[in-house]
Write a protein that binds this ligand. Structure first.
Ligand SMILES: Cc1cc2nc3c(=O)[nH]c(=O)nc-3n(C[C@H](O)[C@H](O)[C@H](O)COP(=O)(O)OP(=O)(O)OC[C@H]3O[C@@H](n4cnc5c(N)ncnc54)[C@H](O)[C@@H]3O)c2cc1C
Length: 290
């Protein structure tokens, strides 16, 4: 492990002061599950680590007029077990439950996972499908970034120098929608997905598709929204034929990296399969009478 100085500020003002003072030589740390590994592997070598855990006010889940506000320091376990999340956004509770093991989920935070920008993580596809945004705060104020725009490249996210991700805003799911997050785990139950897919679907009174959102994980350098497939479904009847034709378009949207979980070709095929299953299962989850 490299030498570094650890700071434990108790307010955001102190965090901003430290970020100002140490600039590029400083990194903030939330749960540390990603950063500590990156430091051990010398992929990141900050001289100053700024722990966020003692900063107050960043670990609550609140209901607002625009949806739920989830503090950036909420752990994955806290989100998985929150009554508010279970009632308002059950898709999120189910998604966070699929991350690794309880040991990781007890430490890892929603904010740390998002800024980390690993395209294999589970929460981003579900959060993007829900239309969530990240609140980036610096000493001069807040900047709201839709999660769809947050992920720029492999482990690269739209966070500016001096900013801290302070909360995640999640609007309610569309009325009468069904939703699902699927994680393809051919190896072990606590692995990262070989491919993953989140889908949220609602229907018009005439039985055609209304809202359709499909977001894929582990099939490119960022999470990928399958916009062509969504457009191909909107306004169409909920038939197997339409779903197959639309989700076949997913293959052109993805560009998976080959690794020990599979070749690029295999993951591309699986992206189509899991997009189709996700849409089918989201339809099955539409509440009766909607
Ligand atoms: C063994 C193992 C298995 C895993 N399996 C899975 C899995 O199956 N699915 C999955 O989705 N993930 C998995 N993960 C990844 C895990 O979800 C991430 O490591 C975790 O989300 C990172 O959160 P953290 O709070 O620990 O971040 P940290 O490690 O503290 O930080 C990560 C990065 O974000 C920055 N950062 C942290 N918080 C903030 C903030 N509030 N504002 C600005 N920057 C910030 C840090 O500077 C650092 O660059 C696994 C990790 C491990 C170690």
């Amino acid at each position: 492990m490299i030498d570094f100085e650890y700071h434990a500020p108790t307010s955001l003002d102190q965090v901003f002061g430290l970020l100002d003072q140490y600039g590029d030589d400083a990194r903030v740390m939330a749960g540390g599950t990603a950063l500590v590994i990156q430091m051990k592997q010398r992929l990141s070598q900050p001289g100053h680590v700024i722990g966020l855990r003692q900063v107050g006010g960043l670990n609550s889940i609140e209901s607002t007029t625009e949806g739920l506000r989830i503090g950036a320091l909420c752990t994955q376990r806290q989100i998985e077990n929150s009554t508010l999340i279970a009632e308002d956004l059950p898709l999120l509770a189910k998604t966070f439950r699929k991350v690794a093991t309880p040991r990781i989920r007890n430490m890892a935070t929603i904010g740390g996972g998002l800024v980390n920008g690993d395209p294999n993580q589970d929460p981003p596809p579900a959060l993007i499908a829900l239309g969530a945004s990240a609140v980036m705060t610096c000493k001069s104020g807040d900047r709201v970034v839709p999660l769809e725009d947050l992920f720029l490249d492999y482990y690269e996210t739209d966070i500016h120098p001096g900013e801290v991700l302070t909360s995640v805003l999640v609007p309610p799911a569309p009325a009468g929608s069904g939703s699902v997050y699927l994680k393809f785990l051919p190896r072990t139950a606590d692995d990262y997905g070989t491919v993953s897919a989140a889908a949220i679907v609602s229907k018009e009174r005439d039985g055609t598709f209304k809202d359709v959102r499909i977001v894929l994980g582990s099939v490119g350098v960022t999470p990928i929204r399958a916009k062509d497939a969504e457009d191909a479904l909107r306004g169409k009847a909920l038939t197997d034929e339409n779903i197959r034709a639309a989700t076949a378009l997913v293959k052109d949207a993805v560009d998976p990296l080959e690794d020990f979980r599979g070749s690029s070709e295999y993951k591309t095929d699986m992206a189509e399969v899991f997009a189709r299953r996700a849409v089918e299962q989201a339809i099955a989850g539409i509440p009766a009478g909607s």
